[in-house]
Design a protein around this ligand. Structure first.
Ligand SMILES: C[S@@+](CC[C@H](N)C(=O)[O-])C[C@H]1O[C@@H](n2cnc3c(N)ncnc32)[C@H](O)[C@@H]1O
Length: 255
C-alpha cells in the first residue's frame, strides 16, 4: 500500500524537479537559479546549440545590416549576450564598422564570449559587461540597435524587460528579438504572435515583422517610432562610468 503511494509520489517529484530545473531552465525558481544554470552550462552551451556561422550571417547579420543602410557603424547593445553570438555575427560581417556592448548576468557565459571574441581579434569592437536586463546601465534613446536573442522568457518580468530594451533604443532605432514558440509549459513566460505584436505596439514600436526562424523561435524585427540622429560608435570610456568600466570583462591576456 505504502509502495503504491510512494512510487507515483517520487515520480511526480522527479518530474517537477526536471520541469523546474531543466525544461524551464530555472525560470520559476528566480533569477539567481537561471544565472547559476547558465554559469554551470557555459562551457557546453555552444556544443548544445550548434549554431552555424553561416546561419548567423544569413539570418542575423546580413538582414540587420541591410535594414541599417546606408549606415555601417551602429552602436549596438546585445542584451543576454551569452557566449557572444550576436557580437561575433556582426563583427564577421564585411561591412560592419560599428561597436557592440554585450550584457549578460552570467559571468561564465561572458567569459566564453570573451575568449571567442579575442581569438577572432574583434576585441576592439566589443565590450562585455556583466549585468541584467531589469535595469540597463545606459541612458534612454541611445543605441541604434538593441538585440535580445532567445532570452526574454528567462527574465523575471519579460514584459518589463521588453520596456527596458526599448527605453535605451533611440527613436528610429532597430530592435531585433525573438518570440518563443512551440512551448506549452512555460505559463506567463511566452506570448502568442498577436499578443507580442500588441506589446511592442503599446511600447511605441512600429514596422513590426515576425518571421519563422528556428523550431522554437521566431525572429522579431521592429523600429522605435520617432526620429533621432544616428548615434554611431561610442567607446566605453565615453559611455560607461568608471565603476561600470571596472565591471567590464577583461579579455584574455592573448587578446
Ligand atoms: C538561451 S541563452 C541566449 C544567449 C544568446 N543571446 C544567444 O542567442 O546565444 C539566454 C541568456 O540569457 C541570459 N539571461 C538570463 N536572465 C537574464 C536577465 N535577467 N537579464 C539578461 N540576461 C539574462 C542568460 O545568462 C543566458 O546567457
Amino acid at each position: 500500500m505504502i509502495l503504491l503511494l510512494l512510487v507515483p509520489g517520487i515520480g511526480g517529484l522527479a518530474f517537477l524537479i526536471w520541469w523546474l530545473v531543466f525544461e524551464t531552465e530555472g525560470v520559476y525558481l528566480g533569477r539567481r537559479v537561471v544565472v547559476w544554470l547558465y554559469d554551470v552550462y557555459a562551457r557546453r552551451y555552444d556544443g548544445i546549440k550548434e549554431n552555424a556561422d553561416e546561419d548567423e550571417r544569413v539570418y542575423l547579420a546580413k538582414p540587420l545590416m541591410q535594414r541599417l543602410r546606408p549606415h555601417v557603424d551602429p552602436l549596438v547593445l546585445d542584451v543576454a549576450a551569452g557566449t557572444g553570438r550576436m557580437a561575433l555575427a556582426l563583427c564577421r560581417h564585411a561591412r560592419f564598422e560599428g561597436y557592440v556592448y554585450g550584457l549578460d548576468p552570467s559571468r561564465r557565459m561572458l567569459a566564453v564570449a570573451a575568449e571567442k571574441i579575442a581569438a577572432a581579434e574583434y576585441a576592439d569592437s566589443v565590450t562585455l559587461l556583466q549585468g541584467s536586463a531589469e535595469q540597463l546601465p545606459f541612458e534612454r534613446d541611445l543605441f541604434d540597435v538593441v538585440t535580445c536573442m532567445e532570452a526574454l522568457e528567462f527574465m523575471p518580468q519579460p514584459a518589463d524587460q521588453l520596456t527596458e530594451l526599448i527605453r535605451v533604443l533611440r527613436p528610429g532605432g532597430l530592435l531585433l528579438t525573438t518570440l518563443r514558440i512551440n512551448t506549452r509549459w512555460m505559463p506567463g513566460r511566452v506570448w502568442d504572435e498577436t499578443t507580442f505584436r500588441a506589446l511592442l505596439a503599446a511600447r511605441g514600436m512600429i514596422q513590426i515583422e515576425l518571421e519563422m526562424w528556428q523550431y522554437d523561435y521566431m525572429l522579431v524585427w521592429a523600429v522605435k517610432s520617432g526620429t533621432a540622429p544616428f548615434t554611431g560608435v561610442r567607446l566605453p570610456e565615453e559611455l560607461l562610468s568608471p565603476a561600470l568600466l571596472r565591471q567590464c570583462l577583461p579579455y584574455p591576456a592573448s587578446a
